[in-house]
Ligand binder design. Structure first.
Ligand SMILES: Cc1cc2nc3c(=O)[nH]c(=O)nc-3n(C[C@H](O)[C@H](O)[C@H](O)COP(=O)(O)OP(=O)(O)OC[C@H]3O[C@@H](n4cnc5c(N)ncnc54)[C@H](O)[C@@H]3O)c2cc1C
Length: 464
């Protein structure tokens, strides 16, 4: 069969693994064991935490327990936007004051630099390209939101952010119907899997023990319980993000929300000439059901958005398989943005899970009395935030004296749990259907006001 007639590979965890290869698995936990710190989950959060703990104190015995393999979750499937966004900043400003949130934003800006610097120091080649982040508006309502968003970000001290009109936007990237854009230098493109694989290898080289194919079924003070034995440690850190609902007692803690992506075949020089995008900034938009994309190092477009956002009962995963309707919807976004790609083949489609707290605010916490800690609830902004969370967990474990990081406003934040089913399922599906309707209304009305539907949906969802 002509390969161009074939549909995309669906699942296989992600395109990034198809591209870079699945890793060999490390051996599972052989039986009961002791450690100083046990980390549950081998994504960016768990691995960065192990990295910084071991760097700070090489004598610490740090063990990572990973249900599948390091990078199986969102850390091996994401859009590769290493950027300075953090879920909940505006709420933290309301709760702790504007200055506290400005400190958090500055810490996030510095985190982008930190990840790039550590990757370079550790010899991790993650296809990093520092082109910043460009967010475009394609309707009058999106443009009004873009301008408000731009001014809002400036108020958090991002004075190097730039606002572009339609012509200036087109000089950077030719997105159909784009009427303006906001650009920040605090972002870079990465290859998510190269980053997570390199990080796992660096952590292991420091002397951290990693056991894969080892599911933790229960976390108790000083115990991480698995079918193969229990690891006892004064500190047990939960770094399971979108999979947290599978742990005993955690079903309603963070809602596992799906995000789906597609990757095109490598584009031709003519196609790239039509699009531009020479600075390789990561690309997003201002729609309510927003999209995100990157130009990959090998000349493809990897593009994502919310597909089927949430499965009943907090079910999480089937190795990244995604629904045909979602693939089609993402393909439509691709060609709406870049009509020149109408004939381009989509090679791969996949999905992954994010962790969404009831108030959409990321958190990092350690209770020194029980030794239980966790970090997550990053919603869609975890590639950089996980690194800040990890350095904060390090400080929380190693000292009870407040540090610059442990006094940031997202530390020790408490939030109520999600509603039981079927309310949870109904709420999320209604929310995303509403966002899609709001986007359609804004496109057809072409007036600058944000659809009141979306504003209402945000309020009901607890997002603002
Ligand atoms: C499709 C998609 C696109 C995204 N794009 C971006 C982006 O461009 N930029 C951005 O900033 N963020 C993005 N994100 C979010 C970002 O990828 C995540 O916030 C981040 O990777 C979270 O890392 P983590 O280590 O906390 O969680 P994960 O990477 O999900 O790791 C959790 C790990 O825990 C393991 N685990 C789970 N339960 C257990 C258990 N019981 N026992 C042992 N191990 C367990 C899992 O197997 C997994 O490996 C995206 C997410 C998705 C899904």
């Amino acid at each position: 069969m002509d390969s161009s007639a074939r549909g995309p590979v669906n699942g296989g965890i992600s395109f990034w693994y198809a591209h870079d290869g699945l890793p060999d698995r490390r051996p599972p936990l052989p039986g009961d064991a002791d450690a100083d710190v046990v980390i549950v989950g081998g994504g960016y959060t768990g691995l960065w935490t192990a990295y910084y703990l071991k760097k700070a104190d090489p004598s610490l015995r740090v063990t990572v327990l990973e249900r599948s393999f390091c990078g199986y979750g969102a850390s091996g499937r994401n859009g590769g936007w290493l950027y300075n966004g953090i879920a909940g900043r505006d709420r933290y400003a309301k709760l702790h004051g504007h200055e506290a949130a400005v400190r958090l934003q500055r810490a996030m800006n510095a985190t982008v630099d930190e990840v790039i610097a550590v990757a370079a120091a550790e010899g991790i080649d993650a296809d990093v390209h520092r082109g910043g982040v460009l967010e475009v508006a394609r309707t009058p309502a999106q443009l009004a939101r873009l301008k408000a968003f731009h001014a809002h970000e400036l108020s958090y001290g991002e004075h190097d952010r730039e606002l572009y009109d339609a012509t200036e936007t087109a000089a950077r990237i030719r997105v159909a119907d784009a009427v303006g854009a906001s650009w920040t230098p605090h972002g870079a493109r990465v290859h998510p899997v190269k980053l997570v694989k390199g990080l796992a290898a660096a952590v292991e080289a420091l002397g951290v023990t990693i056991h894969e194919s080892t599911p933790v079924t229960e976390i108790r003070p000083r115990h991480a319980v698995t079918p193969y034995g229990t690891v006892r440690a004064p500190y047990v850190l939960r770094c399971t993000e979108g999979f947290t609902a599978d742990l005993k007692g955690q079903r309603r803690t963070w809602l596992p929300m799906n995000s789906s992506m597609i990757a095109t075949e490598p584009l031709t020089d003519e196609q790239w000439a039509a699009i531009g995008w020479e600075d390789r900034a990561t690309l997003g938009d201002m729609a309510h059901a927003y999209m995100y994309a990157q130009r990959t190092a090998d000349g493809r477009i990897a593009l994502g958005g919310r597909g089927v956002p949430y499965r009943f009962g907090s079910r999480t995963d089937n190795d990244g398989r995604t629904q045909e309707a979602t693939i089609e919807a993402l393909r439509e976004v691709l060609t709406a943005f870049f009509p020149a790609l109408a004939g381009a083949r989509v090679e791969h489609a996949w999905s992954g899970v994010l962790g969404v707290p009831r108030d959409w605010c990321a958190t990092v916490t350690l209770d020194r009395a029980t030794g239980l800690g966790w970090a997550g609830g990053y919603v869609g902004s975890g590639v950089a935030t996980t690194n800040l969370a990890a350095r904060t967990l390090r400080d929380l474990v190693l000292t009870d004296t407040p540090t610059d990081l442990t006094t940031l406003p997202w530390v020790h934040h408490k939030v109520r749990r999600w509603e039981p089913e079927p309310l949870r399922w109904l709420a999320v599906h209604t929310l995303y259907a509403t966002y899609r309707t709001a986007d359609h209304r804004e496109e057809s009305l072409r007036t600058p006001g944000t659809s009141r539907l979306a504003t209402a949906a945000n309020r009901i969802a607890g997002r603002h």
